[in-house]
Design a protein around this ligand. Structure first.
Ligand SMILES: Cc1ncc(COP(=O)(O)O)c(C=O)c1O
Length: 410
């Protein structure tokens, strides 16, 4: 297949996510290396999105590829009920990578699945049905995870039944208001609420860094009422915010943590639910009601273990904390030179430029102009979301920020 014909060929036989198909023109990516990818017309584009906040380690992943290839010569698939070295190694690796109170891991194939499994586990453990979620949040594309999301795509799945209830202050207003959370808990009846599912920093909603005390306040209300706290780290995990997991910035101790996206640095689709020892023990004599054919797949497990080794070898998390300061400053400079940007939010290597009301309808225009100038970001809602690889060269980071400043000033 010739480059340049691939987009049309994809459209001829496949469906693209979330979009009306006819007017959609997919970007044709032919290769990628380091922090950049190449398009079919031969252009080098800085990947300031890590694709979908997945390729935290960039695109040169030879050490991980090698480990997966070697593992594939031993074993490619076994039933998830079997024990394998690959599974044991990943469990141990994750136990070392996550805070001490998280002791066991259940494996899924996507962030949505991990959140659905976490919700099911929380319901089983508490014997309660309701799930609380934040206004402006995204936890998945189907099932309870979708119904526990407040995202602009929600209209596409709204018809599904739900026991999930959003918490927010007033109609449509989103504030970091513990009182609003407490109100939602009391209005619903705490004894019916299994869990609150939160992103410590809602990412796709525009990198909403919480006010100090907000998450601690939510955790306290949960503790008071025996409501489990699920932290969704699917987008923010693995160093993205300058800590291994975003909730660590605020010393939270969630009962369950979900992760996906960058767990294998994008080499294989794998996600996980981490649970505390107390939750794991509840399934000592009660069957766990979750399962997937590809759970703990030996090759995805190896990809994730190898990625965790690479996170360590490259000091990716510490690097993200340091480079994050450069990114934050750079985004403020971009905003300062642009009439289109009204607000900047960032934490570590995750940032958002919120467009002015007048410019929101031109979000796609700005996204395309940036792409034409050689920088790829995510356009979502009112925001241009920026999430470069954690291992990006300082010169490439500066180059991308300078390009953004130039384009958005125009
Ligand atoms: C915070 C969060 N949770 C869950 C998901 C869903 O993950 P997946 O698309 O792998 O199902 C996403 C996807 O963007 C996400 O950002």
């Amino acid at each position: 297949m010739n480059p340049g014909t691939v987009a049309a060929a994809c459209k001829a036989t496949t469906l693209f996510e979330w979009v009306a198909q006819d007017g959609y023109t997919p970007l044709e990516i032919v290769s990628a290396e380091g922090s950049a990818f190449r398009t079919a017309d031969g252009r080098r584009v800085l990947d300031f999105a890590s694709q979908l906040v997945v390729t935290n380690l960039g695109h040169s992943l030879e050490p991980i590829h090698r480990r997966v290839y070697e593992a594939s010569r031993e074993l490619s698939y076994v039933t998830p009920l079997a024990a394998t070295r690959q599974r044991a190694e990943l469990g141990a690796r994750l136990a070392a990578f996550t805070p001490d109170h998280l002791t066991k891991f259940f494996f899924a194939n996507s962030g949505t699945e991990a959140n659905n499994d976490a919700i099911r586990i929380a319901r089983a453990v508490t014997g309660r049905r309701h799930i609380l979620y934040r206004g402006r949040s995204y936890h998945g594309s189907h099932g309870p995870a979708a119904m526990s999301s407040d995202d602009d795509r929600r209209r596409l799945w709204e018809q599904e039944p739900t026991y999930s209830v959003p918490f927010r202050a007033g109609s449509g207003v989103v504030r970091d208001d513990v009182a609003a959370f407490r109100w939602a808990v009391e209005a619903l009846g705490p004894r019916g609420i299994a869990a609150a599912v939160i992103e410590a920093v809602p990412g796709g909603s525009g990198v909403l860094v919480p006010a100090d005390g907000y998450l601690a306040g939510i955790a306290e209300v949960c503790r008071e009422h025996g409501i489990l706290l699920i932290c969704d780290e699917v987008l923010t995990g693995f160093g993205r915010t300058g800590r291994r997991f975003a909730f660590e910035h605020w010393d939270l101790r969630p009962d369950l943590v979900t992760m996906g996206k960058a767990l294998s640095a994008g080499v294989a689709p794998i996600a996980a639910v981490a649970v505390s020892a107390e939750i794991a023990e509840r399934f000592g004599d009660t069957p766990l009601g979750c399962g997937h054919t590809f759970s703990a797949h030996p090759l995805t497990a190896v990809a994730a273990s190898a990625a965790l080794d690479e996170y360590e070898r490259t000091n990716a998390v510490e690097r993200a904390a340091k480079l994050g300061e450069v990114l934050g400053r750079g985004l403020h400079t971009v905003a300062g030179s642009s009439d289109a940007v009204v607000r900047v939010r960032s934490i570590g290597m995750l940032g958002a430029l919120e467009l002015t009301e007048a410019e929101v309808t031109r979000l796609k225009h700005w996204h395309q102009r940036l792409l034409d100038a050689g920088v790829y970001v995510i356009a979502k809602g009112a925001n241009l979301i920026v999430a470069p690889p954690l291992v990006i060269d300082r010169t490439e980071l500066d180059e991308g920020l300078a390009t953004m400043a130039r384009v958005l000033a125009g």
